[in-house]
Each structure stands twice: as structure tokens, then as C-alpha cells.
Ligand binder design. Sequence first.
Ligand code: VGL
Ligand code: ZN
Length: 201
Amino acid sequence: MRKETDVLLVIDVQNDFCPGGRLAVPGGDEIVHIANRLAHGFQHVVLTQDWHPAGHSSFATSHAGKSPFEMVTMDYGPQTLWPDHCIQNTPGAAFHKDLDIPHAELIIRKGFRKGIDSYSAFFENDHKTPTGLGGYLKERGFTHVTCIGLAFDYCVRYSAEDARELGFDTDVIEAACRAIDLDGSADATRTSFAERGIVLA
Ligand code: VGL
Ligand code: ZN
């Protein structure tokens, strides 16, 4: 059993990120049982849930003439456009039915502001607006964050990077993640982790 000061962060294991979903990550469903098993080894687990309103600004359908996976410039910087996904209270936004972590202590929802996307569980994509998770984990006395889930090169990446930036010892278990892999984004993630002292297990 992992220490009292260790927390497992399970990122976005939701139907829309699994095969058959609207932003399916290849092999996304393969990590569900791995996540369940890993979670048994942690006393403390937090889940995240991508949770967008209909018509969210990260959806290509909100930008005339744009297609999914194109980039646009928002007032907070570059933003990849996605297929509509994880719309609040729809089946696509629900956790995968086999995700079984009853002892998870907190579910943090993100991406709920229409005009800004949020990959990281800690900060929205302006890198300024906090979700509150950093304060929560610090107040609870956690010092070590282990990240797993979907997608390795987006929400897991930016969550792990922000955890490290906030001073948590941070690792990512790659076997419990799957990547979208747009334009080399999976390799870029591994390089970035190495530069930042994020342990890739
Ligand atoms: C994610 C793209 C858009 C993720 C969420 O969970 O990695 N990626 N929204
Ligand atoms: Zn999203």
C-alpha cells in the first residue's frame, strides 16, 4: 500500500475517450482494468472528468470552416480544435462502465467554462485559472502525485507538468495511459517529462 502522502490522479477515463466515443483514444479502454488494479494500491485517489457545455469553444463545430484537429488562436494562446466530446451529463462524459474505484475521494470536473479549454487538472489552458485541485491536495498534505489515464499527451501531460510545477513529486505510469499522438505529441511529452523531472514509470 502506498504512503498516506501519495495520491493517484486518474485522468478522464470517460466513454468519449474510449473506442466508440467521439474523441476515441486508440486503446483507451485497455487501461480501465489497469487503473482499477493500480488504484487498489493507493489509499487516496482523485478522478478527473472532462466536462464541457454544448457549443464549447474547443469544439471545431463552434468555429465556422474549421475541422477537428486544426489549430486556432484563442485570446489565451493556441488551441487545438476537437470533435464535440464529453458534453455535460451525456453518456460520452460518463466514466467507462468498468472503472471501479469506489474509494476515490474527489471527482474534479474541468473544461466547464465555455470560452476556455482545460487539459490540466490544475489550471485551465490560460495556465492561470486554477481548478482548486492544487490547493486541495496541499491542504490534504499530499506530497507525491502519480498520474494515469487519457490522454497521455494532453490531459495527463499537462496535469503532470502542473503537479510538478506546484512542487509535488510527480510520476506518470505510461502503461496506464494511452496517447492521441497528433504530430509527434507522445514523443514531445516524454521529452518534456525528462526535462522537468517527472518520472516516467
Ligand atoms: C483531452 C482533448 C480534449 C484529454 C480532453 O482528456 O486528454 N484531450 N479534451
Ligand atoms: Zn475536452
